[in-house]
Ligand binder design. Structure first.
Ligand SMILES: *[C@@H]1O[C@H](CO)[C@@H](O)[C@H](O)[C@H]1NC(C)=O
Ligand SMILES: *[C@@H]1O[C@H](CO)[C@@H](O)[C@H](O)[C@H]1NC(C)=O
Ligand SMILES: *[C@@H]1O[C@H](CO)[C@@H](O)[C@H](O)[C@H]1NC(C)=O
Ligand SMILES: *[C@@H]1O[C@H](CO)[C@@H](O)[C@H](O)[C@H]1NC(C)=O
Ligand SMILES: *[C@@H]1O[C@H](CO)[C@@H](O)[C@H](O)[C@H]1NC(C)=O
Length: 335
């Protein structure tokens, strides 16, 4: 029982939802967009995101750009050189393959839009999962599975032939497997390590309320603005006491120029029914102390909760130190 305070101190950060499984919050997603206007005019651009952070960019004729100081991850110069080379070869052969396919397949004509989404996510226990999907004219047509491309359900006729051509290129199939099975997970591990400080940063949201015009006659729209938070996941809900107002409408989470996020949550109420409504915000940066803003200005009791949590923290820490100090002393007594 004497160890209970220490146990609590160890358990608290877990209960409060930090570091649970950070790895899965940072999938690497690479997007490629290729537009072929006709047989001689085409371009290919690319983007890479680690979780919600854009890390790399690739604009048609230029080389890969690193958008963060840590975008090189933990790859050595030699490994980067090899990757850039694979990249160049890929760019040339991809374009050639598409142009060849258009000649072979009567169902394929210009203009052509091809999107490719590939990447991987790490799981705990040094395992990972990779993916590679291709869309043609905005429709998902194939995915890489294990060792080759497979047709997506509902892919248009003609896809089989394209897949057959792609899969018969043994060299490319092996390169894709190498990239998906080994290079990607290794790269993500390096990026998470190199970008740790930025990826784990916590910025607290600031929230305020305003009213807007409701499209419904005799109704009022209450708007809860949540500004400047990081990371992106956030929970915002209009409440009546402990009752979640499930008519709450969340907008899209929008980026601010400084890398933090902004979100609006609105609720439509009949004029005169807004009394007692409050906007509640939960975010990892708030350490369990939700922001609660009441319509009409009454504030939450966070001011009481903060000192209480601090006092409990100090007490728990204090008793841990006492325990450790006592154990130390008893070891010294033995020695
Ligand atoms: C391809 O499109 C570009 C831009 O519209 C045009 O300038 C060029 O002449 C076209 N080429 C062919 C072969 O149609
Ligand atoms: C894209 O880059 C290639 C060279 O890699 C070039 O031939 C092509 O014209 C470029 N496309 C555009 C639209 O600039
Ligand atoms: C994780 O697995 C990779 C191969 O899949 C291996 O190279 C690496 O050493 C492993 N890392 C740890 C910490 O076990
Ligand atoms: C890559 O992983 C897949 C399973 O996801 C496996 O079938 C394939 O053999 C692996 N390829 C290589 C080269 O390790
Ligand atoms: C909203 O919640 C109430 C109970 O809390 C439930 O009866 C109702 O079906 C929910 N409405 C919607 C649209 O989910």
């Amino acid at each position: 029982m004497r160890y209970l305070p220490c146990l609590l101190l160890w358990v608290f950060p877990w209960v409060w939802g930090q570091s649970e499984d950070q790895l899965e919050n940072f999938p690497l997603r690479c997007l490629q967009i290729s537009s072929f206007l006709n047989s001689s005019c085409w371009r290919t651009d690319g983007l890479a995101w680690l979780g919600d952070v854009q890390t790399h960019r690739w604009s048609n004729a230029s080389a890969l750009s690193f958008l963060k100081p840590w975008s090189r991850g933990k790859f050595s110069d030699q490994q980067w050189e090899k990757l850039q080379h694979i990249f160049q070869v890929y760019r040339t052969s991809f374009t050639r393959d598409i142009q060849e396919l258009v000649k072979m397949l009567p169902s394929m004509h210009y203009p052509i839009e091809i999107q490719l989404s590939a990447g991987c996510v790490l799981h705990s226990g040094n395992t990972s999962e990779s993916f590679c999907h291709i869309a043609f004219q905005g429709q998902h047509v194939m995915s890489f599975q294990g060792t080759s491309f497979q047709k997506a359900p509902d892919a248009p006729p003609g896809t089989e032939l394209a897949i057959k051509v792609l899969n018969s290129d043994q060299g490319t199939m092996e390169t894709i497997q190498q990239l998906l099975n080994y290079t990607c997970p290794q790269g993500v591990r390096g990026l998470i390590e190199a970008g740790k400080a930025e990826l784990e940063k916590q910025e607290k949201p600031v929230a305020w309320l305003s009213s807007g015009l409701s499209p419904r006659h005799g109704h009022l729209q209450l708007v809860c603005h949540v500004f400047g938070f990081y990371p992106k996941p956030v929970w915002v809900m209009w409440m009546q006491g402990e009752q979640e107002q499930n008519s709450t409408q969340r907008g899209d989470t929008l980026p601010n120029a400084d890398g933090t996020w902004y979100l609006r949550a609105t609720v439509d109420v009949e004029a005169g029914e807004e009394a007692g409504l409050a906007c509640r915000v939960k975010h990892s940066s708030l350490g369990g102390q939700d922001i609660i803003l009441y319509w009409g200005g009454r504030h939450s009791s966070v001011a009481i909760i903060v000192p209480a949590v601090l006092i409990i923290g100090v007490l728990v820490l204090g008793s841990c130190f006492m325990l450790i100090y006592r154990r130390r002393r008893s070891y010294q007594d033995i020695l």
